[in-house]
Design a protein around this ligand. Structure first.
Ligand SMILES: *Cc1c(COP(=O)(O)O)cnc(C)c1O
Length: 497
């Protein structure tokens, strides 16, 4: 299986090259040349297997240049009961009739990013060994909160790697900031920037595609790679859990193998929902993808109108991991929907860069609307949903997951669609304790972060994740904050150059 670029269909690279490189030289994103097939017999067979076995099966279809042994090592090191609390790596909870929460936050940093970022360092080290002999990999990350911490944890002290994380100073929750600024490890660096997530992401993209920066690193036998969800090695692990969740529903006899389901995803950079789309492309029976946004509803508008327009006010919300106006992975979806028209993609994304907007063709818009529904809700509705879901079902959602629940309920009311649905539950409520408590109590109690955690525990009975409780005793290692324009020099100085 080879990979090509969304802006150059004739390119051919191996999975290892795609993963080691992160982004294609001309700015496009790597995509598999075809999607491998998964049959109903495969799904039935996988229903009796563990998460680790399911992961090996699915990943093996995409990473064909990895040996069986390499892949087994990667998967078995990433998905352990030790790191995820049990062998049931992606747990399903029954919310109410026909609606299931796919809890993707039982990993070490309590957000769904762990599902990919516990595996990526292993995939990347194997990939670098195959394609970049001896080079040290410098992982650059722009984060709206959860990716940064998950990447730091995943790469911490991994030989042959360094990891540098940039986050928007005022765009992350207290707990998220604490998680990052106290990060341990010899090969890590963290810095805040003045600006929003898009500024951080643009800064990282510019560094990746800068020949001068590449040259500076090459002098020290280093190369850049990305742990952002534009890296294929981030996306491919996410395909696994949609297939796994379907298998769980079959195994529990909640559905018959072959029954279609709907998938609801609280969306930011469009990586998680795209993984579900790829799973469908492989043969997973999915009917509709419901793409949920917060007040930064650029995707809702895009799905409804066919015009993507980032020229709008940016809102800082209580679901900060979705505070994004440029959803990078949308490029991969449009590449697929446009019949892999690389010229068209380069043109649209060129327009996005120069004018902040583009409009897709009528044909692409119709294909988009045939499978995707967009919806959004503001902070007020998010909080009301957290409270209503807790009161009704004794289930505590985080702020991101609550956006998905609300948008799904609106969708059901509007359409009457009763297809069973999987809602991606993307973070532990303890990561956003202030907002969750405000939703339950009507105000944020005046107490420190850890007292809030304790209070939420008393109210909900939900166990406190050890990793969050332990933050209390950790000291801040990284207090820096810079202008976005200073990112290149900061990278060099964090690398000690
Ligand atoms: C990253 C994140 C999202 C958005 O996921 P994308 O793949 O970027 O669309 C949603 N919720 C949480 C908690 C996240 O950390």
């Amino acid at each position: 299986m080879n990979y090509k670029s969304t802006r150059n269909s004739s390119l051919q690279v191996t999975a290892a090259q795609a993963i080691a490189q992160g982004i294609s030289a001309e700015g496009g994103l790597f995509v598999p040349e075809t999607l491998p097939e998964i049959t109903q017999d495969d799904l039935r067979m996988l229903a009796d297997k563990s998460y680790v076995e399911r992961a090996k099966f699915v990943l093996g279809k995409f990473l064909t240049d990895f040996t069986e042994e390499e892949l087994a090592n990667c998967v078995e090191s990433a998905y352990t009961a030790d790191k995820f609390g049990s062998d049931d790596i992606a747990q399903l909870a029954h919310l109410y009739d026909g609606t299931y929460m796919l809890e993707l936050w039982h990993g070490p940093t309590c957000a769904f990013k762990d599902m990919a970022l516990q595996l990526l360092p292993h995939l990347l080290t194997v990939s670098a060994g195959k394609t970049a002999q001896g080079k040290e990999m410098v992982i650059l990350v722009a984060t709206s909160g959860d990716t940064g911490k998950a990447a730091l944890e995943g790469f911490k002290d991994v030989p042959g790697t360094k990891i540098l994380v940039f986050y928007p100073e005022d765009g992350v929750s207290n707990m998220q900031k604490r998680q990052m600024t106290t990060q341990e490890g010899k090969n890590v660096g963290v810095c805040a920037i003045k600006g929003n997530f898009d500024d951080a992401q643009n800064g990282v993209k510019a560094i990746f595609t800068s020949p001068e920066m590449a040259e500076k690193l090459a002098e020290k036998n280093r190369m850049f790679s990305s742990a952002n969800s534009i890296n294929w090695g981030r996306l491919v692990p996410q395909i696994v859990y949609y297939i796994s969740a379907y298998c769980e529903l079959v195994k529990a006899e909640e559905i018959q193998c072959g029954d279609p389901i709907n998938v609801v995803v609280p969306t930011g950079n469009f990586g998680n929902i795209l993984a579900a789309y790829y799973a469908k492309g492989m043969g997973l029976p999915v009917k509709t993808f419901i793409c949920a946004s917060n007040a930064n509803k650029v995707l809702t508008d895009f799905i409804n109108t066919g015009t993507y327009d980032k020229n709008r006010a940016f809102h800082t919300t209580i679901s900060p991991s979705m505070d994004i106006l440029i959803s990078s992975n949308l490029e991969r979806l449009l590449y697929a929907l446009s019949g892999e028209d690389d010229k068209q993609i380069a043109d649209w994304f060129g327009q996005l860069k120069s004018q902040g907007t583009y409009t897709v063709s009528e044909d692409v818009k119709q294909k988009l609307q045939a499978e995707f529904v967009g919806g959004y809700c503001d902070d007020c509705a998010t909080k009301a949903t957290i409270k209503a879901v807790f009161d009704k079902y004794s289930y505590l959602c985080d702020t991101h997951t609550a956006v998905a629940v609300k948008v799904y309920e609106d969708y059901k009311k509007k359409t009457g669609d009763t297809t069973k649905a999987l809602i991606a539950s993307t973070a532990s409520p303890y990561k956003f304790t202030g907002a969750v408590l405000e939703a339950l109590c009507g105000e944020v109690p005046q107490m420190d972060d850890f007292a809030q955690v304790q209070k939420l525990h008393e109210m909900s009975g939900l166990p406190i994740p050890t990793a969050l409780a332990e933050l209390k005793n950790k000291s801040v290692r990284f207090a820096g904050c810079i202008e976005a324009g200073q990112m290149p020099e900061t990278v060099l100085s964090l690398l000690g150059e």
